[in-house]
Design a protein around this ligand. Sequence first.
Ligand SMILES: [Zn+2]
Length: 210
Amino acid sequence: MLAPLLALIPALAAPAPQAVEPPAITRRFIPLTAQRRADTAAYAKRHYGRATSEIARPLTIVEHYTVNDSVDATWRTFAPNVADPELHELPGTCAQFAIARNGRIVQFTPVTFLCRHTVGLNWAAIGIEHVGYSEREILSNPAQLRASLRLTRWLRCRYEIPVRDVIGHAESLSSPYHRERVPALRTQTHGDWQPWAMRRYRALVREAGC
Ligand SMILES: [Zn+2]
């Protein structure tokens, strides 16, 4: 008899899974040609052991910053399917989303397209780029931070990703989902979104809830 009684008191009833409203997102996809998809599948095979250009289920969200001045410049970096200047490998790098300084969210690929943004995690990670040069800059820009938290919240809640798996690129090596078959790349990471900044960011994500 407890359940029907509880159902009369909404605050005590088991919470129904709630669909979190997506933030406003502008779509500006990079060209996902057959060649790029094939290069992506070959990359996934080399690095993760499975030839696919899709993320089966997103398990983590990786925050980045662009070290440039605009979404436009970021799009132009990701659009060509050319070997990247750092690891000299195909496909071209990309992230699924980028957030402008004014808070505009732009989507570059479908959420589950396997983008190359974080060595070891691309098979399972959604990448979010933030236009800017440092964590501090983004954390102190209310419009950009608000958009970032909205986007991360929506994705996190949609794919049931725990707050601890919302990480900075600089935290990639300690992710439980880190996989890398190429020995020389097993310790490769970048300096964007240091742990001190991600602790602040995760506290805000936690506060936002689902
Ligand atoms: Zn990064």
